[in-house]
Design a protein around this ligand. Structure first.
Ligand code: ZN
Length: 131
């Protein structure tokens, strides 16, 4: 399994993105709105993986709640898998908690699904369907 990206919650993409672009020496993707997660995201390439900067677009976004309780910082890690539905079904069969019981549309036109942080030592784990 490969790390697809690491998600970082930010209050403002426009304020944060230039700092990461300078650090990594590469330009970020144009911001993209992901309605299913009520966020706007930008990706920066790091080797074969990416950073995903997430800015909430609504107070109801889980990223808004994350920012309120913990402030800016690492939000989730995402792994590439052949099938998000199979991965989630496998976790459910093994009695693990999940946020999504099946895949949903995510950023970059990819299918994504989330396990519950309680299942993995407090880390929010996302699965991204490989192309
Ligand atoms: Zn993500």
């Amino acid at each position: 399994m490969e790390v697809d990206h690491v998600g970082i919650a930010v209050r403002s993409l426009s304020e944060t993105t230039p700092k990461w672009e300078q650090l990594l020496g590469s330009p970020a993707s144009l911001p993209e709105e992901v309605p299913s997660q009520r966020v706007r995201v930008a990706f920066l390439k790091v080797g074969s993986a990416h950073l995903e900067l997430l800015e909430p677009t609504s107070p109801e976004s889980s990223v808004s709640r994350f920012l309120e309780s913990r402030g800016e910082g690492m939000h989730h890690i995402a792994f590439g898998v052949p099938s998000v539905n199979e991965k989630l079904a496998d976790l459910i069969r093994r009695g693990e908690r999940v946020i999504d019981r099946e895949g949903r549309p995510g950023a970059r036109g990819r299918v994504v699904g989330f396990a519950h942080p309680a299942a993995f030592a407090g880390v929010l784990v996302e699965f991204v369907e490989e192309r």
